[in-house]
Structure formats: C-alpha cells, structure tokens
Design a protein around this ligand. Sequence first.
Ligand code: NI
Ligand code: MN
Length: 229
Amino acid sequence: MQIIYHGHSFLEIITEGWNILIDPFITGNSKCDITLDYYHDKHITHILLTHGHSDHVGDTIALCQQHADVAVVAMVELCQRLESKWVVHTESMNIGGTYRQEGRSVKFVRAFHSSSNPDGWYAGLAAWFIIKLWDKTIYDAGDTSLFAEMASFAKYNLDVAFLPIGDRYTMGLEDAVEAAHRIGAKTIVPIHYNTRDVIKADDIEFARQVMLHNYGVPKVLRAGQYVVL
Ligand code: NI
Ligand code: MN
C-alpha cells in the first residue's frame, strides 16, 4: 500500500479496496501539491476526519460533491453537521469505536485537542486513528498534545506513525520526539508544520533527534512523497 503526504495533515492511503483521504485540506493549504481537479477522475472510497477544524475538514464537501458515493467517517456530531447541509453518506463514530470492513479497520481514540466547525458548531471530541489495513498498522495522531496513554501503544505494533510537530496548536518538536519514544513505531513521519508562520518547525532536527535516540526510523516527506508499506 501507498500512503501519500499532501502537506499539513492531509494523507492519502491507497490499498486493496480502499482509497482513503484523511483530513483533505487542499484549498488554503500552502504546502499542498495537488488541486481539487486531481481527484476528478480518481476513485475515493472514504474520507476520514480527525476533527472539525477547517484545516482538517478542508475540502471534504467539495470532494463529496465530486464523488457522490464516498463515505465520510467522522465523529457523530461532525457527521450530523455535514449531513444536515452537504454530505450524503456519513459513517458516524464515537471515541473507542472501530469502523470495520473485511481485513481493514479504523479505531477512533480521543486526541487531546478541541473540535468545532468554522462556524462555531460543536463537532464532538477530537480523535486520532489507529488504522489497520491487512497486516499493517498506521497511527495518525491528528492534532494532539503529548499524552500519557501513548506509553501503552507498543501493543499496536505500529508500522508507521504520523505525528504533528508544528507546536502552538499541537505538540511541538520536543514533545513529538517524546511521543515517538512512547509509541514505538517503526517509521515516524512529521506532519502539521510549515503551512503557516506560527507553526514553523525544523523537520530535519526532528528527524535527527528521533534517529539519535533510536525511537524509530524518521522519514521527512515533502508534499507528493509517500511511504510504501
Ligand atoms: Ni485542530
Ligand atoms: Mn490543525
């Protein structure tokens, strides 16, 4: 499978039977390598949303208008909001729950972060995901601070983890290095940085520290680059 990074927190996962977009922030994402047109003739099965902030819901509505059959998998309050106005097919979730189809699953776990729609509508708790696709496990931290429970993540046997490093709204570099330590993933990819001035971060320094402490193999991705599992 292929996990493509499109800047900020926008990931695209292509695997057997599922083509997933996570937090598809295209319009206004200064690091994004694609435009909405890119998806016109592409197949998308799911859009996963970690929370209701505009840099994560992003272009979800426009993508759903392009692809009528796409399922938006998100917290129940966020789904209700999207359904009430724009989106036809949602799969509503809550913290602790797992969305499953044969051989593939997405577990919603609570992120330490806020969540509302840009118009102020409450969007439920913020989530992060443990995504199992066949024999591979992916951790998408969403927007979060460092939290104690990360120390128990070894049980998930993570192949790759996507961790925010931008600070201000999420973990900063130092906490993200500690997160890498706690979760014990094989590969660590920094996200959610350098898209705005206030979340500037040194990804090479992050990679250096992860490598120095042997907290996994760091992989810095530019938009359009990807990880293969
Ligand atoms: Ni946020
Ligand atoms: Mn964010």
